[in-house]
Design a protein around this ligand. Structure first.
Ligand code: G3P
Length: 221
């Protein structure tokens, strides 16, 4: 499973890229606003220089023509590892189809149903982003959506779209998505850090350090 970080915070991206475990980055207008960065294209260029893998940059327009213009402008002015993020609407899917046919990576976002995920695959999306946390928030089952999409996509080998699990709230979302065979999770920085932790790892390591000290030895003389 690939790990993307779901943030537009450059410092966080640098820190997590240093782990060597980061495969990409997703941003959205809310995360860009939160970053406080005043030049969107410069921000995405900076992120693309830190992480080789796909970096999602989202269009702002909602109507087809202006959305298409924005998407083409982003493709022209950003590095090759950018994935253009469009909403799961008729306009977004039309833009997705055109960009995908030209070989541009597209991430179709705001997916909340299996039917929408089928449309994204038919439009040739590189990634579809189902939002699990937001479904859980309204009392639905976000992970059931991932299970449904994985089952459908596996039944159609000509669907090349990768399932990018988004709106991840905790490590169990990541683990369950991995068990279902989802291709990617985009994870907030705090949740990525949670993935590393287990109290028995901390306890066991403290014991090893203490016992090693008792031996009085050094591995490197
Ligand atoms: O980037 C899209 C998605 O991951 C947003 O998550 O936490 O705002 O529901 P959230």
């Amino acid at each position: 499973m690939k790990f993307f970080v779901d943030t537009a915070d450059v410092k966080e991206i640098k820190d997590l890229a240093a782990t060597g475990l980061l495969d990409g980055v997703t941003t959205n207008p809310s995360l860009v606003a939160k970053s406080g960065h005043s030049n969107f294209l410069d921000l995405i260029r900076e992120i693309c220089a830190i992480v080789d893998g796909p970096v999602s940059a989202e269009v702002a327009a909602t109507d087809y023509e202006p959305m298409r213009e924005e998407a083409l402008y982003l493709v022209k002015n950003l590095p090759r590892n950018v994935a253009i993020k469009v909403p799961l609407t008729p306009a977004g899917l039309k833009v997705c189809k055109e960009l995908s046919e030209k070989g541009t990576m597209v991430n179709v976002t705001l997916c909340f149903s299996p039917a929408q995920a089928i449309l994204a695959a038919k439009a040739g999306a590189t990634f579809v982003s189902p939002f699990v946390g937001r479904l859980d928030d309204i009392g639905e089952n976000g992970m059931q959506l991932i299970a449904d999409i994985c089952e459908i996509y596996m039944a159609y080998p000509n669907f090349k779209t990768e399932v990018l699990v988004a709106s991840v709230r905790h490590p169990q979302h990541v683990v369950q998505a991995a068990k279902m065979g989802a291709h990617v999770s985009t994870i907030p920085p705090a949740v990525i850090r949670q993935l590393f932790g287990h109290p028995l790892t901390d306890k066991g390591l403290a014991q090893f350090v203490a016992d090693w000290a008792k031996t009085g030895q050094k591995i490197i003389p």
